[in-house]
Design a protein around this ligand. Sequence first.
Ligand SMILES: C[S@@+](CC[C@H](N)C(=O)[O-])C[C@H]1O[C@@H](n2cnc3c(N)ncnc32)[C@H](O)[C@@H]1O
Length: 289
Amino acid sequence: MADAVKIILNPILTENGKFETYGKVKSASDFYDELSSDYVDMIEFSSRIESESKIFESIVGKYKVTRCLDAGCGVGLYSIILSKLGVKVLGIDISGSMIERARELAQRFGASAEFEVLDFSSIKDKYRENFDLVLCLGNTLPHLISEKEMLASLRNFYNSLEPNGILIVQILNYDKIMENEERIVNVRETRDKIFVRFYDFEPTIIGSPSLKVFEVRKDFLKFNVLIVDKTKNYSSKLITTRIKPIKSEELRRKLHMVGFKEVEIFGNLLGEEFKACESKNIVAFARKI
Ligand SMILES: C[S@@+](CC[C@H](N)C(=O)[O-])C[C@H]1O[C@@H](n2cnc3c(N)ncnc32)[C@H](O)[C@@H]1O
């Protein structure tokens, strides 16, 4: 109940004129380390291995993919799908616990993908021109909250690709989310648990409210996962991290900045048209020429 009240109250305007939100912010690695034991249930892992395989089969065929870097692989959903399609896959992730799960699941699903704990900004020249496909899916990119970290990571993805290789990025449609201030990301109930993924907008006041010359900017979001355990008398746990929403044109600009020549934005992995006010996702296909 206390969690529910805090969620409804967010954000609050404090006495000193600042906005504050509840929920202690964790780093991406601590956030996913804590979430790792629930992640498989939260994302409907097992059914998606089957249902999403067809899309990747066509991507593998179209781009003649033989070696793939799955950047921010999490528990290995896409690494396992691609590996089962005959692609040699390396999944990397900053969270040691997510990588442990990915290794267990790959074994369970008979996939030969390999996994490594690695921060994107540390890839540097380790995998120079090693892959014909780099994937960064499942809204991973917004976890890179500084401009420097974001550009360094995108540049490392670029350098890991062979000439003519392709980077596919999928994030949620922040053009729409920011415009409509959509707080609820997803609600899912399993036999034992309820997962509520939601945002808190974190407004920053730039300028002087007393002089009435100010602007309220929303550069960051708090991303929260509320987990309710039905088997333990509906006890709840709230895990929070900070993310940087990226809009479609900003994503396109950043991809060009790090060297990608051809960048196409779609509304999903099937290549359907991106509509800023409707699409659920922003999907970028960026080609290194
Ligand atoms: C939303 S999950 C997506 C996982 C997977 N791609 C999927 O769609 O199921 C984001 C993942 O990115 C990882 N991540 C976040 N920042 C990272 C960084 N700087 N370097 C490597 N991995 C990172 C997190 O640990 C987490 O597992």
